[in-house]
Design a protein around this ligand. Structure first.
Ligand code: ZN
Length: 376
């Protein structure tokens, strides 16, 4: 009872603090409702609150990996991304597309319309349809709010809600850490990944892109693995990956997704990054200080409940690689870092500039871009 009173007090206090405080109050209220009902349920967050959380999470991602400070590359990425987002269920979000400055192959969605893709991933992508496949998958993580569900699942945040404000890290910080951790460190659950695959492929097709772009990209990832070391080779044929590819291929057939544009020349004209062999990707010690999250992240991990969903790791877009996520335990990673538990895709060294490269695009430019690429 006392605890409940304290929570209400915090929420009211938060409400008088302006935007950040308002959001803090909202998060606490949502967790409080969930706790009372003794269940995990959707947090009622406004788009503005979601946007603010996403901005903080994106900042952590950008601080960790750096941003390629290239306006032309960002403009191209934003045109493809916006063409897709326009056909999504949340076209009005302030969509922001970011190229992360690292050789690791990865993509991360953050709440409120942030989509990040690494230089290393763009280097492996062969055409615009493949890029659309990857971006479509990440856009769905945002539109279906997979990115904010991490908050109420987080034991650390729930504990934070039950605590007084005397803790060393604020609840908002915990919420940001929980979300970052879920997106970058652990990845989403299998159900969310499947949903993103299915709806993302459908979105790419709706925009006019050949729907097998995601399959093409994931196949390249798989083959890249096969070519590295023996152990990686073993994991390259990991059934989960093949199952995933088969499932997407079946979906394309059963839903009769028949768009055809691949737009290879335009992709080649705009993106010229060269892939780095996975064994020579420079990595940083995942436990090293200076990584986004720092001590807070370590604390969060300790407080995290033992996974009730056993197999969810190793299933994210960038986690198809052996050594990533849950496969880490069995695969002794022999990447450049050489260290056990290092995932070169996630633990790759990043650039030092976290600034977003701003891109302004008007609707007419997207329309012209689509027309030029032969998209309906
Ligand atoms: Zn995903």
């Amino acid at each position: 009872m006392m605890r409940t009173t304290a929570l209400v007090a915090i929420a009211v206090f938060g409400a008088s603090l302006g935007v950040e405080g308002k959001q803090l109050g909202q998060i606490i209220k949502g967790i409080q409702v969930a706790q009372k009902a003794n269940e995990v349920r959707d947090l009622a967050m406004t788009d503005a609150e979601e946007q603010e959380l996403g901005t903080a999470v994106s900042e952590r991602i950008r601080t960790r990996y750096g941003v390629v400070q290239d306006a032309a590359v960002h403009r191209y990425l934003a045109l493809v991304g916006t063409a897709l987002a326009q056909g999504s269920t949340r076209p009005a979000l302030p969509w922001t597309f970011v190229v992360l400055d690292t050789d690791g192959v990865n993509a991360f969605a953050a709440p409120g319309g942030y989509v990040h893709i690494t230089r290393g991933a763009l280097a492996l992508v062969k055409n615009e349809a493949e890029l659309a496949g990857v971006l479509g998958h990440e856009i769905i993580h945002v539109t279906e709010k997979h990115t904010i569900k991490a908050i109420q699942k987080s034991k650390a945040v729930q504990m934070g809600a039950a605590e007084t404000l005397s803790g060393s890290s604020s609840l908002m910080e915990r919420a940001v850490t929980a979300t970052y951790d879920n997106i970058v460190e652990r990845g989403f659950g299998r159900a969310e990944e499947n949903e993103s695959d299915e709806m993302g492929v459908t979105l790419a097709n709706k925009t006019g892109y050949a729907p097998n772009g995601l399959v093409g990209f994931l196949t390249t990832l798989k083959d890249r693995n096969k070519a590295s070391t023996e152990k990686r080779g073993l994991f390259a044929s990991h059934p989960e990956m093949q199952e995933r590819l088969d499932r997407i291929t079946r979906l394309i057939a059963s839903k009769k997704l028949t768009a055809t544009a691949t737009v290879q020349p335009r992709y080649a004209k705009n993106i010229s990054y060269k892939p780095v062999v996975v064994t020579v990707i420079a990595v940083v010690d995942p436990g090293a200080a200076g990584l986004a999250g720092g001590d807070t992240k370590a604390a969060e991990k300790k407080e995290e409940p033992k996974a009730e969903e056993p197999k969810k790791k190793g299933f994210g877009l960038g986690r198809m690689m052996p050594g990533g996520g849950g496969e880490k335990k069995s695969a002794q990673v022999t990447a450049s870092g050489g260290a056990r538990g290092v995932d070169p895709e996630k633990d790759s060294k990043g650039g030092s500039n976290p600034k977003v490269v701003p891109v302004k695009i008007v609707a007419a430019e997207v329309a012209a871009f689509k027309k030029e690429g032969g998209l309906p």
